[in-house]
Design a protein around this ligand. Sequence first.
Ligand SMILES: [Cu+2]
Length: 289
Amino acid sequence: MLRIRQTLLGVLAMVGLAAAIAAPALAQAPVPWEIGMQPGFSPVKDEIIWLHNLVLVIITLITLLVGVLLIWVMIRYNARRSPVPSRTSHNTLLEVAWTLLPVLILVVIAIPSFRLVFYEDRTNDADLTIKATGHQWYWEYTYPDQANLDFSSYIVPDDQLKPGQLRLLTVDNDLVVPVDKNIRVLTTSGDVIHSWFIPSLGVQRYAIPGRTIETWFRATKPGTYYGECNQICGTNHSRMPIVVHVVTQPEFDAWLVQAKTKFSDAAPPAGQAPATNLQASVAAPVTAR
Ligand SMILES: [Cu+2]
């Protein structure tokens, strides 16, 4: 009897362990009928959500006030109830109030808004820098601190998706970064304007040819974060998703070793412009621009 119980416990423990291993890790992607923002997993996104909620309260109050005033005017001052309209054309107090009040409301919104713009602009103490270069139609990622490790990230076409992989959001090579580290992001482009956008990390930066723009994020939880190019950039604009895989520091170090071997022939020599890598050269020829 004891033996059976022990065996059963053993099996249960194994099932539990297997479930823990197989449990889906955090994956932040859009879901159907989502009307709010994706939950935040970076300090910048938390600030964005806070500002959004502030403006939501203000705009709701204004909408209600204007709505109530409109209904009141329509009922109380329509031609039937008020056949002889008032001929008042000036009211100093009212005019001062409806000029100053909106100004004050705008100032209340502007102060945290500017603060946020500067907060998301850059980080002074970056632990890691990555460069995201937009191309028609894929992303190229470079790790300047890591001997210019460089690789391309292409969408996985619908007919090659494995079970559980998200359509239009899965790529062959994820961008991998460590958790709880300040990641400096530099964006640029090799052709037209793209935009590097990951909603749950609060990152959105144009990728402009001939320019390098900076921003940053710090992912607070390991997981997979999905984003997309959100600047209309041509025929396959919808087919250059962004996948950021956030892992622990030891996992990141292990990945680096493996990635440096895997993408070694793709890494440009230090100090030189990134060469077109292997994947780019075997990619389908670009027919439309
Ligand atoms: Cu694009």
